[in-house]
Design a protein around this ligand. Structure first.
Ligand SMILES: Nc1nc2c(ncn2[C@@H]2O[C@H](COP(=O)(O)OP(=O)(O)OP(=O)(O)O)[C@@H](O)[C@H]2O)c(=O)[nH]1
Ligand SMILES: [Mg+2]
Ligand SMILES: [Zn+2]
Length: 358
């Protein structure tokens, strides 16, 4: 194995020249659990810690390592501990708005090639949520693939209907429908996974992300849990983000199911996910049309004549509103993040407790 098997390529190679000391080695972050990290290089996976400098110079949690990051490390204690000195720039990223009204982002993973947006075919299926995930994935320059899980729970006709519902929303990402229970479609999922490429599973709790990972690994390596009977909601079984290398050499990140998916996008990525509406807006009579009350609004006209669904119009307007709000409060974002401040404080306390390295 070499670093290219872990996804290192010429893009990162070019960045390397500008990165600190030549004694530093390169590794990839494979797990983050609060302030504890695992990193992997061609020789294996070890625990890692941040230097105080890296911690202090971070303005927000986004500046700290996340799963998928390439980092510069020094190995200590016979190679059993790595100290992380620096982070490579991120080529792509997945990040979400933190729960609550505060505008702060949480990194999910970085340097991901393909995001598997997973929804199960039963009660979890929701087009508005799918659009939100697509906006998030677009914003991070990641390619989306939609995974429809648990096809064993619906009839073939219902599955067809779900897929045409997705296409009606003009979502043109690849769709793979599968069932971990019957094994149907699993081969197609496997075919989509390539050696040295990074994939990330995202979606609500209980949709079957970890079950799929276990199937791909051919073992019950990771814990899964039954969904609640009443509403099929999951129980938040997976609690940390972790990257696993599959037999075929693909790198797969499993993530905890998201409770609430705030919008991560700025205007441009909203428009990417709603390119049809964006095109329509060019035909509005006024340049500054808000698409709400104006005469000559091409979007309202399309809703009225039925060529644009009202639900899709509403979800577009909701996203636009949220993204405006995000832009407005951008400056306040860092100051407000008390949670991040607390995290730094505990991490610093732990650094002080740590024995000096031999
Ligand atoms: N019927 C059916 N059940 C499935 C399928 N795949 C997974 N499940 C069940 O769904 C439940 C939740 O699966 P998990 O893999 O734990 O879900 P998860 O997405 O990892 O959930 P979190 O870790 O909480 O985010 C488990 O009881 C699985 O056995 C499937 O294809 N069909
Ligand atoms: Mg899980
Ligand atoms: Zn308009």
């Amino acid at each position: 194995m070499d670093l290219s098997d872990l996804g290192f390529d010429s893009w990162f190679e070019e960045k390397r020249a500008g990165m600190g000391s030549s004694d530093w080695e390169i590794a990839r972050v494979t797990r983050v659990d609060r302030d504890r990290y695992l990193v992997r290089n061609e020789h294996g996976e070890v625990q890692a810690e941040l230097t105080g400098k890296l911690l202090f110079s971070a303005d927000s949690s986004q500046d700290l390592p996340c799963v998928g990051d390439w980092v510069c490390v020094q190995y200590h204690n016979d190679g059993t501990l790595a100290i992380i000195h620096d982070l490579f720039p991120r080529r792509t990223f997945l990040r979400r708005k933190s729960a609550g009204d505060k505008v702060e982002y949480q990194m999910i993973a970085s340097n991901v090639d393909v995001a598997f947006i997973m929804q199960s075919c039963d009660l979890n299926f929701n087009l508005r949520r799918m659009e939100r995930y697509l906006v998030m994935v677009n914003e991070g320059h990641v390619e989306p693939v939609i995974l429809l899980s648990k096809t064993d729970l619906v009839s073939a006709e219902d599955l067809e209907k779900r897929i045409s519902n997705i296409r009606e929303e003009r979502i043109d990402a690849r769709i793979i429908a599968f069932s971990s229970t019957t094994g149907s479609g699993l081969e197609e999922v496997k075919q989509a996974l390539q050696r040295g490429k990074t994939y990330c599973l995202i979606g609500s709790s209980g949709v079957g992300k970890t079950t799929l990972l276990n199937h791909l690994l051919g073992s019950e390596a990771f814990e899964t849990n039954a969904v609640r009977e009443k509403d099929s909601r999951g129980r938040h079984t997976t609690s940390r983000r972790q990257m696993t290398i599959l037999d075929n050499g693909a790198l797969l990140v499993d993530t905890p199911g998201m409770r609430e998916l705030g919008l991560m996008g700025v205007g441009a990525s909203v428009d990417d996910s709603f390119s049809d509406i964006h095109e329509l807006s060019a035909q509005c009579r006024f340049n500054d049309c808000t698409h709400t009350v104006e005469a000559g609004c091409a979007i309202l006209l399309a809703v009225r004549d039925g060529s644009l669904s009202e639900a899709r119009y509403q979800s577009y307007m909701k996203l636009v509103k949220e993204s405006k709000f995000h832009e407005m409060t951008y400056v306040e974002r860092r100051k407000k993040d008390k949670q991040f401040g607390r995290m730094v404080k505990t991490a610093v306390q732990q650094l002080k407790k740590r024995k000096p390295l031999s």
